[in-house]
Design a protein around this ligand. Structure first.
Ligand code: ADP
Ligand code: MG
Length: 621
């Protein structure tokens, strides 16, 4: 006897609803997506009791005629795709034709819709998937859908609804994410007849971002703008200082669709590498444009998940775009944005006077040739000229600058301003006026903009970390043979790890050889490192590698090892420094790629701008 049967449509819609309609926010998402697809410029969302009692979405979009209005409640009925190839060129938010019948099967559903050129609108009432009434109504052009008593006929689902506040939070997040991506559309959300959020159409996308994320963040946002091949990345990322403890400040969009994509999120974090600590999340709004046939949006009924054909390329483009944007935030780049060459060529060189308490050796800047000379001498090379122009701000000519100017990146001229800024990265910290040291831990400086505190340990950790890494990339750094090789005894797991790690460490001049069993000897140490306590450092380093796990890639493990070495060697807090030591450290900080964060992602400096201070003292309002 046949036991298999095709399920009635109402039941299959209910099953689909299980996936598409997880909670009130999913209803809001589907309805607002439809309003956007219908070309609406105003979308109003009214909610009662966190969406349990009522969700109503009205729009001024293209509306539907009576036939379409009836059809849209059928499963797999859509106006957005028609043929199989369309599935690989999806440019609308919807395409599955599932949302409306699913929602209507688990609620008391009313649809009112009118096309602009129709005399009259259509109203359809549905309960639990059954159409109860169809009638003509007077209605403005557009569509209004109300969903009452969500899950009234699926008590198990209803039981899983969270508190009103939680559900409202999800709804507000959903609308915020859609609003970010459609700045020209007006959105309004009300709860129990009170307006919760209202976003007027924004002329500039940035204004909508500030509206959604809060005005305070506006000053801390950096523009992301990069095109690699046919992948475009735009948007804004916030300074690492504005970090959050959850991923809720991360909004990712692909071809206008809000997605939760691990590849992009991973790339975003990779771009922030070294600027965030464990457990910190960045704030970012990123828009990717990828050719429609390069991305599969048909992965899950909620359409939140996507797959890229060229995943690695997307990943690396996002990572680089983010890293480039963040480089702009480092203080050494602040100067790059100042228009100056012509005007400065006429100005006398400005020299920052060190604090009287420190007798720093006179720098060449006081005796150096004029900026004009510098430019003239180096005009032969455009790249060098660019450096020289910038150097007018801090006058020592190239040949007498101390420390030596880092080599010019030959690719720099061909790329974007972010890269060009690298050429100009030379003196920011070295030009600060050192006021003193606080608690033997923080260096107090006066900058052009205000008052700065620099964490000496974090700064030095960053310096040693980058020096080690740079040296090992170029060639095996100078190593110092130990007169008395130090032995280390390790546990079983650590022994295995060190066996694998030793050849990598050798690249840094840290020479470790097996000595039988679980014993190793350290034979040479990079000259950059202090050889005292080296056995302890190596043990710590192996423990760190064990903690990360062998699954991680070698680069990550080696970076962690470099962090341990840098930490081991960096000057500590509560250590008095001489003026010369401070000055040398600031100069070395200028040579760092990331002078803003220690290798663990902690900030190296904080600054109060003069204006902020004056506000605190109520000198200005
Ligand atoms: P999909 O969006 O995947 O096509 P839906 O079930 O969400 O499926 O909607 C079915 C169809 O109903 C849509 O393709 C569209 O033609 C129509 N529709 C839904 N909502 C609206 C709306 N707000 N304005 C105009 N048409 C709508
Ligand atoms: Mg839809």
């Amino acid at each position: 006897m046949a036991r298999i049967r095709i399920l009635p449509e109402i039941l299959s819609n209910k099953i689909a609803a299980g996936e598409v309609v997880a909670r009130p926010a999913s209803v809001v998402k589907e309805l607002v997506e439809n309003s956007i697809d219908a070309g609406s410029t105003r979308i109003l969302v009214d909610v009662e009791q966190g969406g349990r009692k009522l969700i109503r979405v009205s729009d001024n979009g293209q509306g539907m005629g009576r036939d379409d209005a009836l059809l849209c409640l059928e499963r797999y009925a859509t106006s957005k795709i028609a043929t199989a190839p369309d599935l690989f060129a999806i440019c609308t938010l919807g395409f599955r034709g599932e949302a409306l019948p699913s929602i209507a099967s688990v609620s008391r559903f009313t649809l009112v819709t009118r096309e602009a050129n129709a005399d009259v609108g259509t109203q359809i009432e549905v309960a639990g998937g059954r159409i109860n009434n169809v009638s003509d109504v007077g209605a403005p052009p557009g569509t209004l859908i109300s969903v009452a008593g969500l899950f009234y006929n699926t008590p198990a689902r209803r039981k899983f609804l969270k508190s009103i506040d939680t559900e409202m939070g999800h709804i507000a997040d959903t609308i915020a994410s859609m609003a970010l991506c459609r700045p020209s559309v007006q959105f309004r959300l009300s709860h129990n007849d009170r307006i919760v959020k209202s976003w007027a159409p924004a002329a500039e996308p940035m204004d909508r971002v500030a509206d959604v994320l809060g005005a305070a963040i506006k000053k801390e946002l950096y523009t992301v703008d990069q095109t690699t091949g046919d992948i475009e990345i735009g948007g804004w990322i916030a300074s690492p200082r504005m970090n959050r403890s959850t991923a809720r400040g991360i909004y990712l969009f692909v071809n206008g669709r809000w997605v939760k994509d691990r590849v992009i999120q991973h790339a975003l974090f990779a771009g922030y590498t070294g600027r965030l600590m464990k457990g910190q999340y960045p704030v970012a709004v990123l828009f990717l444009k990828v050719p429609f046939d390069q991305v599969d949006v048909n992965v899950h009924p909620t359409k939140h998940e996507i797959r890229f054909v060229r995943q690695k390329m997307v990943h690396d483009t996002v990572r680089d775009a983010v890293a480039d944007a963040l480089r702009q935030s480092d203080p050494t780049r602040w100067k790059a944005s100042e228009p100056r060459p012509a005007e400065l060529a006429q100005q006398p060189a400005r020299v920052s006077e060190p604090h009287a308490a420190y007798h720093l050796p006179p720098t060449v800047s006081r005796t150096g040739s004029s900026a004009g000379d510098t430019v003239a001498r180096q005009a032969a090379s455009t790249a060098h000229a660019a450096m020289a122009e910038n150097r007018q701000e801090s006058p020592p000519p190239a040949d007498s600058v101390n420390p030596p100017v880092p080599p010019v990146d030959p690719t720099a001229r061909n790329t974007k301003p972010a890269r060009q800024a690298l050429l100009w990265k030379q003196r920011f910290f070295a030009d600060l006026t050192v006021i003193g040291q606080y608690k033997g831990t923080y260096i107090i400086c006066e900058s052009e903009d205000g008052l700065m505190l620099i964490d000496q340990h974090a700064a030095h950790e960053r310096i040693v970390f980058e020096q080690l890494r740079r040296q090992s990339n170029a060639h095996r750094p100078a190593a110092q043979r130990l007169l008395l090789p130090e032995t280390i005894d390790l546990g079983f797991r650590e022994t295995q790890i060190l066996e694998k790690l030793a050849p990598e460490l050798d690249r840094f001049g840290l020479e470790i050889e097996p000595f039988g069993g679980n014993t190793f000897v350290v034979k040479a140490v990079p000259t950059l490192l202090d050889s005292s306590g080296i056995a302890g450092m190596v043990t710590q380093l192996v423990e760190k590698a064990a903690e990360i796990g062998v699954g991680a890639d070698m680069e990550t493990i080696v970076d962690e090892c470099l962090m341990v070495m840098a930490c081991h060697n960096a000057i500590r807090a509560h250590q008095q420094l001489t003026g010369t030591q401070i000055k040398a450290m600031l100069e070395q900080l200028d040579a760092c790629d990331n002078p803003s964060h220690c290798p663990h992602g902690r900030p190296i400096w904080i600054q109060w701008r003069l204006k902020e201070l004056e506000k605190h003292f109520q000198r200005i309002v």
